[in-house]
Write a protein that binds this ligand. Structure first.
Ligand code: NAP
Length: 337
Protein backbone atom coordinates (compact mmCIF):
# COMPACT_ATOMS: atom_id res chain seq x y z
CA UNK A 1 0.00 0.00 0.00
CA UNK A 2 1.08 3.56 -0.65
CA UNK A 3 1.90 5.99 2.13
CA UNK A 4 3.75 9.25 2.43
CA UNK A 5 6.66 9.32 4.82
CA UNK A 6 9.06 11.96 6.08
CA UNK A 7 12.54 10.67 5.37
CA UNK A 8 14.35 13.31 7.37
CA UNK A 9 12.28 16.39 8.30
CA UNK A 10 13.74 19.43 6.55
CA UNK A 11 10.78 20.92 4.70
CA UNK A 12 7.94 19.89 2.42
CA UNK A 13 10.34 18.25 -0.06
CA UNK A 14 11.30 15.70 2.59
CA UNK A 15 7.91 14.05 1.99
CA UNK A 16 8.26 10.95 -0.17
CA UNK A 17 5.74 8.37 -1.31
CA UNK A 18 6.61 4.79 -0.41
CA UNK A 19 5.30 1.22 -0.68
CA UNK A 20 4.74 -0.06 2.84
CA UNK A 21 3.38 -3.39 4.12
CA UNK A 22 -0.32 -3.64 4.97
CA UNK A 23 -0.90 -3.01 8.70
CA UNK A 24 -1.17 -6.16 10.83
CA UNK A 25 -4.17 -6.26 13.18
CA UNK A 26 -3.81 -6.84 16.92
CA UNK A 27 -6.44 -7.18 19.64
CA UNK A 28 -8.86 -4.26 19.86
CA UNK A 29 -7.36 -2.58 16.82
CA UNK A 30 -8.88 -1.72 13.45
CA UNK A 31 -7.56 -1.27 9.93
CA UNK A 32 -9.04 1.77 8.20
CA UNK A 33 -9.01 2.42 4.48
CA UNK A 34 -8.38 6.16 4.44
CA UNK A 35 -10.53 8.27 2.08
CA UNK A 36 -9.44 11.77 3.06
CA UNK A 37 -6.95 13.58 5.27
CA UNK A 38 -6.72 17.19 6.37
CA UNK A 39 -3.78 19.41 7.24
CA UNK A 40 -3.07 21.39 10.39
CA UNK A 41 -0.41 23.99 11.07
CA UNK A 42 1.25 21.40 13.31
CA UNK A 43 1.84 19.16 10.27
CA UNK A 44 3.91 21.93 8.69
CA UNK A 45 6.04 22.15 11.82
CA UNK A 46 6.54 18.36 11.82
CA UNK A 47 7.72 18.25 8.19
CA UNK A 48 10.03 21.20 8.79
CA UNK A 49 11.62 19.44 11.78
CA UNK A 50 10.42 22.30 13.97
CA UNK A 51 7.78 20.51 16.03
CA UNK A 52 7.88 21.98 19.53
CA UNK A 53 7.29 18.55 21.08
CA UNK A 54 10.61 17.26 19.81
CA UNK A 55 11.98 15.12 17.00
CA UNK A 56 9.68 12.62 15.29
CA UNK A 57 10.58 9.00 14.41
CA UNK A 58 12.37 8.46 11.09
CA UNK A 59 10.17 7.57 8.11
CA UNK A 60 7.12 8.81 10.01
CA UNK A 61 3.81 8.75 8.12
CA UNK A 62 2.53 12.32 8.63
CA UNK A 63 -0.84 13.88 9.50
CA UNK A 64 -3.07 13.45 12.52
CA UNK A 65 -6.35 13.88 10.69
CA UNK A 66 -8.16 11.49 8.41
CA UNK A 67 -11.41 9.65 7.80
CA UNK A 68 -12.33 6.43 6.02
CA UNK A 69 -13.89 2.98 6.36
CA UNK A 70 -13.11 0.25 8.86
CA UNK A 71 -12.17 -2.78 6.75
CA UNK A 72 -11.06 -5.17 9.51
CA UNK A 73 -11.35 -5.36 13.30
CA UNK A 74 -9.09 -7.33 15.66
CA UNK A 75 -10.24 -9.74 18.39
CA UNK A 76 -12.20 -8.11 21.19
CA UNK A 77 -13.20 -5.02 19.20
CA UNK A 78 -16.68 -3.84 20.19
CA UNK A 79 -16.84 -0.09 19.48
CA UNK A 80 -16.81 -0.31 15.66
CA UNK A 81 -17.10 -2.96 12.92
CA UNK A 82 -16.06 -3.38 9.29
CA UNK A 83 -18.05 -1.02 7.09
CA UNK A 84 -18.29 1.76 9.70
CA UNK A 85 -17.30 5.26 8.57
CA UNK A 86 -14.79 6.60 11.08
CA UNK A 87 -12.25 9.29 11.82
CA UNK A 88 -9.02 8.66 13.70
CA UNK A 89 -8.47 10.45 17.02
CA UNK A 90 -5.44 12.74 17.29
CA UNK A 91 -4.46 10.87 20.47
CA UNK A 92 -4.78 7.11 20.22
CA UNK A 93 -4.66 6.79 24.01
CA UNK A 94 -6.88 9.45 25.58
CA UNK A 95 -10.32 7.97 25.79
CA UNK A 96 -11.73 10.27 28.51
CA UNK A 97 -10.95 12.02 31.77
CA UNK A 98 -7.69 13.91 32.17
CA UNK A 99 -4.77 13.56 29.78
CA UNK A 100 -1.54 12.25 31.31
CA UNK A 101 2.14 12.09 30.40
CA UNK A 102 1.48 9.04 28.22
CA UNK A 103 -1.15 10.82 26.12
CA UNK A 104 1.30 12.75 23.98
CA UNK A 105 3.19 9.55 23.13
CA UNK A 106 0.10 8.43 21.21
CA UNK A 107 -0.29 11.39 18.82
CA UNK A 108 -0.85 10.40 15.19
CA UNK A 109 1.60 11.94 12.76
CA UNK A 110 3.89 12.89 15.68
CA UNK A 111 4.89 9.99 17.93
CA UNK A 112 2.96 7.40 15.90
CA UNK A 113 2.51 6.92 12.17
CA UNK A 114 -0.28 9.16 10.93
CA UNK A 115 -3.07 9.15 8.38
CA UNK A 116 -1.47 10.08 5.02
CA UNK A 117 -1.64 6.49 3.77
CA UNK A 118 -4.07 4.25 1.93
CA UNK A 119 -4.50 2.03 5.02
CA UNK A 120 -3.81 2.74 8.71
CA UNK A 121 -3.86 0.75 11.94
CA UNK A 122 -5.73 2.43 14.82
CA UNK A 123 -6.78 1.54 18.36
CA UNK A 124 -10.52 0.88 18.66
CA UNK A 125 -10.66 3.57 21.36
CA UNK A 126 -8.80 5.87 18.97
CA UNK A 127 -11.56 6.05 16.36
CA UNK A 128 -15.03 7.61 16.35
CA UNK A 129 -17.88 7.12 13.89
CA UNK A 130 -18.43 10.23 11.79
CA UNK A 131 -21.66 12.23 11.39
CA UNK A 132 -23.82 10.73 8.62
CA UNK A 133 -24.35 14.01 6.78
CA UNK A 134 -20.62 14.61 6.29
CA UNK A 135 -18.51 13.47 3.34
CA UNK A 136 -15.13 11.86 4.06
CA UNK A 137 -13.46 15.14 3.01
CA UNK A 138 -15.53 17.06 5.55
CA UNK A 139 -15.12 14.48 8.34
CA UNK A 140 -11.35 14.44 7.86
CA UNK A 141 -11.21 18.02 9.20
CA UNK A 142 -12.61 17.15 12.63
CA UNK A 143 -9.93 15.31 14.68
CA UNK A 144 -7.58 18.21 15.46
CA UNK A 145 -8.93 21.65 14.52
CA UNK A 146 -12.59 21.06 15.34
CA UNK A 147 -11.95 19.14 18.56
CA UNK A 148 -9.49 21.75 19.77
CA UNK A 149 -12.06 24.51 19.25
CA UNK A 150 -14.78 22.39 20.92
CA UNK A 151 -12.57 21.55 23.91
CA UNK A 152 -11.60 25.22 24.33
CA UNK A 153 -15.07 26.71 24.11
CA UNK A 154 -17.36 23.99 25.39
CA UNK A 155 -15.44 21.58 27.64
CA UNK A 156 -13.22 24.17 29.33
CA UNK A 157 -14.93 27.39 28.36
CA UNK A 158 -18.48 26.35 29.38
CA UNK A 159 -19.74 28.55 26.56
CA UNK A 160 -23.20 30.03 27.06
CA UNK A 161 -25.67 32.01 24.97
CA UNK A 162 -25.04 35.73 25.04
CA UNK A 163 -21.28 35.46 25.58
CA UNK A 164 -18.82 37.13 23.22
CA UNK A 165 -15.98 35.05 21.75
CA UNK A 166 -12.98 36.52 19.96
CA UNK A 167 -11.37 34.22 17.37
CA UNK A 168 -7.92 35.02 16.01
CA UNK A 169 -7.45 34.60 12.27
CA UNK A 170 -9.45 32.45 9.88
CA UNK A 171 -7.51 29.17 9.94
CA UNK A 172 -8.82 25.74 10.83
CA UNK A 173 -9.21 26.09 14.61
CA UNK A 174 -10.64 29.61 14.51
CA UNK A 175 -13.29 28.92 11.86
CA UNK A 176 -14.53 25.89 13.80
CA UNK A 177 -14.57 28.06 16.95
CA UNK A 178 -16.67 30.61 15.09
CA UNK A 179 -19.13 27.90 14.00
CA UNK A 180 -19.41 26.35 17.49
CA UNK A 181 -19.79 29.75 19.14
CA UNK A 182 -22.71 30.54 16.83
CA UNK A 183 -24.22 27.13 17.56
CA UNK A 184 -24.30 28.04 21.25
CA UNK A 185 -25.82 31.48 20.66
CA UNK A 186 -22.64 33.42 21.31
CA UNK A 187 -21.53 36.58 19.55
CA UNK A 188 -18.29 36.31 17.58
CA UNK A 189 -15.64 38.92 16.89
CA UNK A 190 -13.17 37.64 14.29
CA UNK A 191 -9.72 39.05 13.54
CA UNK A 192 -7.89 38.51 10.26
CA UNK A 193 -5.15 39.95 8.07
CA UNK A 194 -7.64 40.02 5.20
CA UNK A 195 -10.85 41.99 4.66
CA UNK A 196 -12.02 39.36 2.17
CA UNK A 197 -11.67 36.64 4.81
CA UNK A 198 -13.45 38.85 7.37
CA UNK A 199 -16.36 39.26 4.95
CA UNK A 200 -16.53 35.46 4.62
CA UNK A 201 -16.44 35.09 8.42
CA UNK A 202 -19.47 37.37 8.59
CA UNK A 203 -21.37 35.06 6.23
CA UNK A 204 -20.74 32.32 8.81
CA UNK A 205 -22.25 34.48 11.54
CA UNK A 206 -19.40 36.61 12.91
CA UNK A 207 -20.94 39.86 14.16
CA UNK A 208 -17.78 41.93 13.73
CA UNK A 209 -14.40 41.73 12.06
CA UNK A 210 -11.14 43.45 12.92
CA UNK A 211 -8.27 43.56 10.42
CA UNK A 212 -5.22 43.09 12.69
CA UNK A 213 -2.88 44.42 10.01
CA UNK A 214 -4.72 47.74 9.90
CA UNK A 215 -5.56 47.77 13.60
CA UNK A 216 -2.54 46.48 15.46
CA UNK A 217 -4.48 47.51 18.59
CA UNK A 218 -7.21 44.95 17.86
CA UNK A 219 -7.62 44.52 21.64
CA UNK A 220 -8.75 48.15 21.90
CA UNK A 221 -11.11 47.56 18.95
CA UNK A 222 -12.59 44.53 20.77
CA UNK A 223 -13.12 46.65 23.89
CA UNK A 224 -14.87 49.31 21.78
CA UNK A 225 -17.10 46.66 20.20
CA UNK A 226 -18.16 45.40 23.65
CA UNK A 227 -18.85 48.82 25.11
CA UNK A 228 -15.66 48.66 27.22
CA UNK A 229 -16.65 45.42 28.96
CA UNK A 230 -14.36 43.06 27.03
CA UNK A 231 -14.99 39.66 25.50
CA UNK A 232 -15.82 36.54 27.53
CA UNK A 233 -13.46 34.17 25.77
CA UNK A 234 -10.49 34.33 23.41
CA UNK A 235 -9.35 31.55 21.09
CA UNK A 236 -5.64 32.32 21.41
CA UNK A 237 -3.72 30.87 18.46
CA UNK A 238 -1.22 33.71 18.01
CA UNK A 239 1.08 33.03 20.97
CA UNK A 240 3.65 35.55 22.15
CA UNK A 241 2.61 38.22 19.67
CA UNK A 242 -1.04 38.21 20.72
CA UNK A 243 -1.29 36.99 24.32
CA UNK A 244 -0.86 40.37 26.04
CA UNK A 245 -3.53 41.89 23.79
CA UNK A 246 -5.84 38.94 24.48
CA UNK A 247 -5.54 39.68 28.20
CA UNK A 248 -6.46 43.26 27.48
CA UNK A 249 -9.41 42.25 25.30
CA UNK A 250 -11.14 39.98 27.85
CA UNK A 251 -13.62 41.14 30.47
CA UNK A 252 -12.68 40.90 34.14
CA UNK A 253 -12.94 37.18 34.90
CA UNK A 254 -12.78 36.29 31.20
CA UNK A 255 -11.16 33.18 29.73
CA UNK A 256 -8.28 32.62 27.34
CA UNK A 257 -7.74 29.22 25.74
CA UNK A 258 -4.03 28.95 24.94
CA UNK A 259 -3.91 26.93 21.75
CA UNK A 260 -1.28 28.09 19.28
CA UNK A 261 2.06 29.77 18.91
CA UNK A 262 1.79 31.18 15.39
CA UNK A 263 3.96 34.15 16.40
CA UNK A 264 6.25 32.15 18.69
CA UNK A 265 6.65 31.76 22.46
CA UNK A 266 7.99 34.11 25.17
CA UNK A 267 8.06 34.65 28.92
CA UNK A 268 4.71 35.66 30.41
CA UNK A 269 4.11 38.60 32.77
CA UNK A 270 1.67 37.20 35.38
CA UNK A 271 0.48 40.63 36.60
CA UNK A 272 -2.23 41.30 33.96
CA UNK A 273 -3.58 37.76 34.50
CA UNK A 274 -3.99 38.50 38.19
CA UNK A 275 -5.42 42.00 37.66
CA UNK A 276 -8.02 40.70 35.20
CA UNK A 277 -8.89 37.66 37.41
CA UNK A 278 -8.35 35.83 34.15
CA UNK A 279 -8.68 32.13 33.50
CA UNK A 280 -5.88 31.01 31.21
CA UNK A 281 -6.06 27.41 30.14
CA UNK A 282 -3.76 25.32 27.94
CA UNK A 283 -5.62 23.19 25.43
CA UNK A 284 -4.23 20.12 23.68
CA UNK A 285 -6.79 18.84 21.18
CA UNK A 286 -9.15 16.56 23.18
CA UNK A 287 -10.19 13.04 24.14
CA UNK A 288 -12.19 10.41 22.27
CA UNK A 289 -15.19 11.08 24.51
CA UNK A 290 -15.03 14.81 23.74
CA UNK A 291 -14.86 13.94 20.02
CA UNK A 292 -18.03 11.86 20.35
CA UNK A 293 -19.84 14.67 22.20
CA UNK A 294 -18.78 17.14 19.50
CA UNK A 295 -20.00 14.80 16.73
CA UNK A 296 -23.41 14.56 18.39
CA UNK A 297 -23.65 18.36 18.32
CA UNK A 298 -22.42 18.51 14.70
CA UNK A 299 -25.02 15.91 13.64
CA UNK A 300 -27.89 17.59 15.44
CA UNK A 301 -27.05 21.00 13.99
CA UNK A 302 -26.17 19.67 10.52
CA UNK A 303 -22.96 21.71 10.84
CA UNK A 304 -20.63 21.51 7.83
CA UNK A 305 -16.88 22.12 8.10
CA UNK A 306 -15.47 24.87 5.90
CA UNK A 307 -13.10 23.40 3.30
CA UNK A 308 -10.86 25.80 1.44
CA UNK A 309 -9.42 23.41 -1.14
CA UNK A 310 -9.12 19.66 -1.83
CA UNK A 311 -5.91 18.21 -3.32
CA UNK A 312 -5.39 14.70 -4.74
CA UNK A 313 -3.24 12.16 -2.83
CA UNK A 314 -0.62 12.30 -5.58
CA UNK A 315 -0.24 16.05 -4.99
CA UNK A 316 0.00 16.10 -1.19
CA UNK A 317 3.00 18.43 -1.32
CA UNK A 318 0.87 21.06 -3.08
CA UNK A 319 -1.61 20.84 -0.21
CA UNK A 320 1.20 21.51 2.29
CA UNK A 321 2.40 24.46 0.17
CA UNK A 322 -1.11 25.88 0.06
CA UNK A 323 -1.34 25.76 3.86
CA UNK A 324 2.13 27.27 4.13
CA UNK A 325 1.07 30.21 1.93
CA UNK A 326 -1.47 31.26 4.58
CA UNK A 327 -3.98 32.09 1.85
CA UNK A 328 -6.45 29.45 3.04
CA UNK A 329 -9.71 30.06 4.88
CA UNK A 330 -10.76 27.05 6.95
CA UNK A 331 -9.37 23.64 6.08
CA UNK A 332 -7.07 22.14 3.44
CA UNK A 333 -7.92 18.54 2.51
CA UNK A 334 -6.18 15.67 0.67
CA UNK A 335 -8.51 13.18 -0.98
CA UNK A 336 -7.43 9.52 -1.42
CA UNK A 337 -9.05 7.66 -4.33
N1 NAP B 1 -3.05 23.17 21.29
C1 NAP B 1 -3.67 22.43 20.39
O1 NAP B 1 -4.26 21.39 20.69
C2 NAP B 1 -3.70 22.89 18.98
C3 NAP B 1 -4.57 22.29 18.05
C4 NAP B 1 -4.65 22.81 16.76
C5 NAP B 1 -3.83 23.88 16.41
N2 NAP B 1 -2.97 24.40 17.32
C6 NAP B 1 -2.14 25.55 17.00
O2 NAP B 1 -3.02 26.64 16.72
C7 NAP B 1 -2.47 27.47 15.71
C8 NAP B 1 -3.45 27.56 14.54
O3 NAP B 1 -3.56 26.27 13.96
P1 NAP B 1 -4.44 26.05 12.65
O4 NAP B 1 -4.21 24.64 12.23
O5 NAP B 1 -5.81 26.56 12.85
O6 NAP B 1 -3.64 27.01 11.65
P2 NAP B 1 -4.01 27.50 10.20
O7 NAP B 1 -5.21 26.81 9.67
O8 NAP B 1 -2.76 27.45 9.40
O9 NAP B 1 -4.43 29.03 10.46
C9 NAP B 1 -3.52 30.03 10.65
C10 NAP B 1 -4.23 31.38 10.52
O10 NAP B 1 -4.03 32.12 11.70
C11 NAP B 1 -3.99 33.49 11.39
N3 NAP B 1 -2.77 34.08 11.98
C12 NAP B 1 -1.49 33.86 11.63
N4 NAP B 1 -0.68 34.59 12.41
C13 NAP B 1 -1.48 35.28 13.25
C14 NAP B 1 -1.25 36.23 14.27
N5 NAP B 1 -0.01 36.60 14.60
N6 NAP B 1 -2.32 36.75 14.92
C15 NAP B 1 -3.56 36.37 14.61
N7 NAP B 1 -3.84 35.47 13.65
C16 NAP B 1 -2.81 34.95 12.98
C17 NAP B 1 -4.02 33.63 9.88
O11 NAP B 1 -5.37 33.97 9.55
P3 NAP B 1 -5.72 35.20 8.57
O12 NAP B 1 -5.18 34.78 7.24
O13 NAP B 1 -7.20 35.32 8.63
O14 NAP B 1 -5.02 36.41 9.13
C18 NAP B 1 -3.67 32.22 9.41
O15 NAP B 1 -4.25 31.91 8.18
C19 NAP B 1 -1.11 26.84 15.35
O16 NAP B 1 -0.10 27.44 16.14
C20 NAP B 1 -1.28 25.39 15.75
O17 NAP B 1 -0.08 24.75 16.02
C21 NAP B 1 -2.88 23.92 18.58
Amino acid sequence: MKAYQITSPSGIDSLTIADRPMPQLGARQVVVRVKACSLNYRDLMVVRGAYARGPVPSNLVPLSDGAGDVIAAGPGTTRVKPGDRVAGCFFQRWYGGNADADTNKSALGGSLDGMLAEYVLLEEEGVVTIPEHLSYDEASTLPCAALTAWNALVEHGRLAAGQTVLVQGTGGVSIFALQFARLFGARVIATSSSDVKLARAKTLGAADGINYKRRADWDAAALELTGGRGVDQVIEVGGAGTFARSLNAIRTGGKISLIGLLSGAAEINPMPILRKLASVHGIFVGSTQMFEAMNRAISLAGLRPVIDKVFPFTDAKAAYRHLESGSHYGKVVISIP
